[in-house]
Design a binder for this molecule. Sequence first.
Ligand code: AOS
Ligand code: ZN
Ligand code: ZN
Length: 427
Amino acid sequence: MLFDKNQIHTLNDQALPDHRESFEYLSHRLSQRSIQVNELIKKIREFQVAIPSWALGTGGTRFGRFPGGGEPRSLEEKITDVGILHALNAGSGAISLHIPWDIPDNVEKIREHAAANGLLFDAVNSNTFQDQPDQELSYKFGSLCHTDARVRQQAVNHNLEVIQYGKMLGSKSLTVWLADGSSFPGQMNFRKALQRTLDSLKEIYEGMPADWKLFVEYKPYEPYFYHTVIQDWGTSHLLASQLGERAYTLVDLGHHLPNTNIEQVVATLMMQGKLGGFHFNDSKFGDDDLTVGAMKPYQLFLIFNELVEGMEDPRSANPSPAWMIDASHNLKDPMEDLLQSVEAIQLAYAQALIVDRAALENARDSNDPVLAQEILQEAFRTDLRPLIAEARLQSGAALHPIRVFRQLEVRKTLVGERGTKSLATGL
Ligand code: AOS
Ligand code: ZN
Ligand code: ZN
């Protein structure tokens, strides 16, 4: 670890009187609403969000990239960075890898390094949206949907190889996001492309170990701009249903056309037991990959409201979804951004947990939209930040992660070790 964990405790002590005051007040108010504060804290402490390996460096756009320095140069350094985040917030205890960007050279060493940092390996991601230098055939016109069977086979084989890496590291799921699509009307046969994609996915599904899950991500456009083979949750759900029990839909918050009711998508998938995973981020226009909660915190809360309702429903057949962030940074320090994202997720989750569900159901049963709104917004407008801070404190993490990140000069140390020009592998 870059710093001694005791340094976090020393900084916490300075912030403690202030924290105590706000937490005691909040705690008292919540108890008056018959909310079990300790139960709430326990749930927050258990909730872990996976950090994507590709979000630890600067993303940039097609117009340019402005790296801030000290970026992780290897898988090992990416794990180090997530370990720092987890030490600060105790809420990011997993990492999601991307092959081939994160091929482990020494599996044993990587596993040990992750364990030493308290990290698990979440879903592994395949990459058939770029051509790699040593690759025989091109994905320019698609991968799993390609007209040429040899290209499809190459893409299938790549996914099978990703599964092997995941197995070695202790991962239990594969996320497939395809860029496959077309940019011009007439370019591709919709029906045949979807059929070929399903057939290719079947081979991948069959190549997974029996205790693995397959997550099928959807996206309406980009990098192609006329059609995407897996354009929406319905198409993803169709594929997942035909593949089998262990195939699920993955919802990336940025992958919807404007004004889509994402909370309803979540509820529908959960009703079918088919919500497998989440890519959290936020956006104004499209797949902006901005900090979670930066634009639409109320929408995030409404999504969590459905997630909590689905998870608490004893009849729900939906397994606990994989929680992951998918982000890209052009302006912020990637690590500070991820700390903000994790906190936004924890807040929305906590707010959803304090919704008076029985009262809400009553309001719904008596067709009282005014009361239903009051109940939801009562929860949303309760400032739960002291509760999240208390959860961190109880887990031995920082009361104020970003403040501590700056006080300990983490970025400066990383730049000192890795240089100003170090670039993370990834997008
Ligand atoms: C792409 O838009 C998807 O969100 C992917 O999930 C992800 O960003 C990609 O796999 C990372 O390169
Ligand atoms: Zn994504
Ligand atoms: Zn995306």
